[in-house]
Design a protein around this ligand. Structure first.
Ligand SMILES: Cc1ncc(C[n+]2csc(CCOP(=O)(O)OP(=O)(O)O)c2C)c(N)n1
Length: 185
């Protein structure tokens, strides 16, 4: 498994089990790079002969979608790109750009929603494409073995859920730290 930068890695951090043995090795470019090259990195990992799933946001997908294309002299890889399509860079809603006073410019300058036809992109690269609409469909998709190159798109409603969850976690951590500091002092 590989996690893209931005919210993909953060979703896994927030929702993943703490201290549990993971069933898969988790890779990330975080710390080395931005959102660029994620699909290329996952392709390199898949070339070791082990099937790979990579979870990315829609801008991360678009940034590196041409890495789905296989050179005619290159081996086929077992790589599934799972795209969390929340219509642009939702991470910025959690930062200062997301404040109410920037509402008028936020979408155009920070979220930057795109109009890429992911199905056509996948087809052009010779990859399978599937859109899943329910958690059940996603589970069924993930239960299938990864064979060849494929794209699975999950369209997310922009209901601010991630920002709210992050704000709740931050305030819970702040209150625990404040309590500890009081005890310490
Ligand atoms: C090469 C590069 N360009 C720009 C950025 C700045 N950047 C950080 S996160 C992000 C948005 C990513 O959007 P998406 O992949 O859709 O993920 P989401 O924020 O929705 O989880 C951008 C543009 C970057 N990290 N790397």
């Amino acid at each position: 498994v590989m996690l893209g930068s931005s919210m993909a890695a953060r979703h896994a951090d927030l929702a993943g089990p703490v201290g549990a043995e993971l069933a898969a090795v988790v890779h990330a470019n975080r710390g080395l790079a931005g959102i660029d090259g994620t699909i290329a990195t996952a392709t390199g990992l898949a070339l070791r002969g082990r099937p790979m799933r990579v979870l990315v946001g829609d801008l991360t997908f678009q940034h590196d979608a041409t890495s789905l294309i296989r050179g005619t002299l290159e081996e086929e890889v077992d790589l599934q790109v799972v795209v969390l399509d929340d219509h642009g860079g939702s991470i910025f809603a959690m930062l200062e750009h997301g404040q109410e006073k920037y509402r008028g410019v936020f979408d155009r300058y920070f979220r930057t929603p795109q109009s890429l036809d992911m199905a056509a992109m996948a087809r052009a690269a010779g990859a399978q494409y599937q859109q899943v609409r329910t958690v059940g469909e996603l589970r069924a998709q993930l239960a299938q073995p990864v064979r060849g190159r494929s794209v699975v798109r999950i369209e997310l409603a922009d209901d601010g859920g991630a920002s709210r969850l992050a704000a709740q976690v931050t305030s819970a951590v702040e209150s625990v730290v404040a309590q500890e500091l009081q005890h310490g002092g």
